[in-house]
Design a protein around this ligand. Structure first.
Ligand SMILES: *Cc1c(COP(=O)(O)O)cnc(C)c1O
Length: 469
């Protein structure tokens, strides 16, 4: 592709993107495709000779797009959002054109310095105290893995990386059953082992870890000769928004010298609104906090912010400095690849900068407040509807509900059928979970372009389709 063709097809891509966003409402939200249907239309091997861009682009529109689930659809109410505000997509075009490796200050000074700045903008926006620094990771899973590795090294007096875990004291990490599976994975990958992830009982409205039960678990482990290493708290759990009492857990962690990591991957974005910060009271006591601007806030995926109170511990855990990565003569600069597991890094700070400047914090707060209000209203409307039951009350903009089956023994199957029928209908997209073992349907409002009319449309779709089952 020569320079002129690059210009032409970049324009074409930009036009396509704008058109796509403009008429998303006309498309079914979830892909209405059968497994294998797309693969069947892709050649078995790569072509020997180059093909014309016209043909490649036509196949993109014809083969690929109909097989996509539309995450930027305003009636996407499933999972959590993966918002890509248009302005962050524009930033991403530019990043992709420069295609820089941002591993060291020297390999991309502006990317490094902007990263430090936008991390601090976000720290202030979320109400985190001065002293927290941070790094942009690809995903919350990576941030949590880095946190767990730091927790491990701290507990082993920085000998885990050198000596391995064999012959070390048995480490213990505490969380509830409400945390995301990325915590399990971090525990596996760090070599701590699933059996040493202690599920402390949770309870109450927010399914919070019971502080007395945490104390008891720590005491029991100490008596057994184990080595408690850290606590992983969750604010806005993926299933139904389960949230721990961070202040209470922080006090216990501090008393026992344990590392405290807070996973607020989704709910963290809402903390730009002071009225929601009660959900993480005590967060200033955490050693690290992760939240995903690529979920609710609107920074194109991927973009996860990992705040740390003591960058030295993180760097001591992850930095590795072979000669080819040494940048002589620049003391005191930050090399963010020393803060993460991957060496190579994309320039993710640009889209945060564009997003925050274009919308302003007030613009983003208004969006989040609307989502919360509309979601609460929908929960109230469904609760008043015969046959519907609210299973978990709204935590921010997430709640779960259930529809009564004619035969109560078939409630699970009935609700699974209902979600499937709703998603086949295409107007909205929802997902299910299990609450205390029983199927519940999740609803969250959070897409960047969602309007109140879209949430009203969800009410119509849910009640109509349930009535027809
Ligand atoms: C989405 C989510 C994660 C995982 O985020 P990734 O960025 O996809 O790794 C972790 N924890 C919570 C609470 C989440 O909602």
């Amino acid at each position: 592709m020569d320079g002129e063709d690059f210009r032409k097809w970049s324009h074409k891509a930009a036009d396509w993107g704008a058109d796509y966003r403009a008429d998303l409402r006309e498309r079914p939200v979830r892909a209405q495709t059968r497994p294998g249907a797309v693969a069947a239309r892709i050649a078995a091997s790569a072509p020997e000779e180059g093909e014309a861009m016209e043909a490649i682009f036509a196949d993109f529109e014809d083969v690929i797009v109909p097989g996509m689930t539309h995450w930027q659809h305003p009636r996407f109410f499933a999972y959590f959002p993966a918002n890509a505000a248009p302005v962050s997509v524009v930033a991403e075009y530019l990043v992709s054109a420069m295609a820089a490796q941002c591993m060291l200050w020297q390999t991309s000074p502006a990317a490094t310095e902007l990263e430090t700045k936008v991390i601090d903008w976000l720290r202030q926006a979320l109400g985190l105290p001065e002293g927290f620094a941070g790094v942009i990771q690809d995903s919350a899973s990576s941030a949590t893995l880095s946190a767990v590795l730091t927790m491990r090294e701290r507990a082993l007096e920085w000998q885990g990386n050198r000596q391995g875990l064999s012959g070390q004291p048995r480490l213990r990490v505490y969380s509830t059953d409400q945390v995301h599976t990325s915590i399990d994975r971090a525990i596996w990958v760090s070599g701590i082992g699933e059996e040493n992830l202690v599920r402390v009982p949770s309870g109450g409205r927010w399914r919070s870890m019971q502080p007395e039960a945490l104390e008891a678990a720590i005491a029991e482990d100490l008596a057994a000769g184990y080595c408690p290493a850290g606590v992983i708290a969750c604010v806005g759990g993926t299933s139904v928004g389960g949230s721990d009492d961070v202040a209470a857990l922080g006090a216990i962690a501090r008393r026992h010298g344990l590392y405290l990591h807070v996973d607020a991957a989704w709910a963290g974005s809402a903390m730009i609104c002071p009225e929601f910060r009660h959900f993480w009271t005590g967060v200033e006591e955490a050693d690290s906090v992760v939240f995903n601007p690529h979920k609710w806030l609107g920074a194109q995926f991927d973009c996860s912010v990992h705040f740390v109170r003591d960058p030295e511990s993180l760097v001591k855990t992850l930095a590795i400095r072979p000669e080819f990565l040494k940048t002589h003569g620049h003391d005191g600069i930050v090399n963010y690849s020393e803060w993460t597991v991957p060496l190579g890094r994309r320039f993710r700070a640009l889209k945060i900068w564009f997003l925050l400047r274009a919308h302003g914090l007030e613009g983003l707060r208004a969006m989040i407040r609307n989502h919360v209000a509309w979601s609460e209203k929908l929960a109230a409307r469904l609760a008043a509807q015969p046959g519907f039951e609210i299973v978990t009350e709204p935590m921010l903009s997430l709640f779960s509900f259930r529809h009564q089956a004619r035969d109560e023994r078939e409630t699970d199957e009935h609700n699974l059928r209902l979600v499937e029928a709703i998603n086949n209908d295409g107007r909205i997209y929802l997902t299910q979970t299990r609450v205390d073992g029983k199927v519940a349907i999740r609803f969250q409002a959070g897409q960047f372009e969602t309007t109140e009319a879209d949430v009203d449309a969800a009410f119509e779709a849910i009640t109509q389709i349930a009535a027809g089952l």
